[in-house]
Design a binder for this molecule. Structure first.
Ligand SMILES: [Zn+2]
Length: 165
């Protein structure tokens, strides 16, 4: 059984639940979008879950943010295909949905109320774009990347034995 993740914004105007085979909060993204939208410690943590199981209460309170990206990887300004869903009342960031991978949704660990498994090792990505004051806490076995890792969220869960069937 996949793990049922229950999540909410801070003011409870939006609540959601979704099933996840990949619920371990191991992937810390230090890019400026993650940091500014919901990662005050310098990074955000995205989980993976099955989009077709996503149930939402308070849908009318959702806002969607699509970031403009212009950096070394995107020299021409592009509008991200990623749809970052947030609560329009309290501002909590909730999940990212990208139609490029329509079967997946990426809830932010910060929005989840369910207890999550603790990661045996972590991945730190987009370190090239971290804020200068952020000093990543790199643990034993952690992996670090200037930009993206090659291993997917699913691949990481299978390799570490953390995949939830
Ligand atoms: Zn709210």
């Amino acid at each position: 059984m996949p793990l049922l993740l229950k999540g909410s914004c801070r003011c409870n105007a939006v609540r959601f639940e979704v099933e996840s085979h990949t619920p371990v909060p191991f992937m810390l993204c230090y890019c400026s979008i993650c940091r500014k939208q919901q990662g005050g410690g310098g990074f955000a943590i995205n989980l993976g879950a099955d989009y077709e199981t996503l149930k939402i209460k308070g849908k009318r309170n959702l806002g969607v943010y699509r970031a403009e990206i212009e950096d070394d990887e995107h020299p021409q300004c592009e509008i991200s295909s990623g749809e970052r869903n947030f609560c329009r009342k309290c501002g909590s960031a909730l999940w990212l949905y990208d139609p490029t991978w329509p079967e997946l949704v990426h809830p932010f660990a910060s929005a989840i109320d369910t207890d999550l498994p603790k990661p045996p090792e972590k991945v730190h990505l987009m370190l090239k774009y971290k804020a200068n004051w952020v000093e990543p806490e790199i643990g034993k076995g952690d992996k670090v990347f200037d930009v993206y890792p090659e291993e997917s969220i699913a691949g990481w869960h299978r390799r570490t034995g953390m995949w939830v069937d």
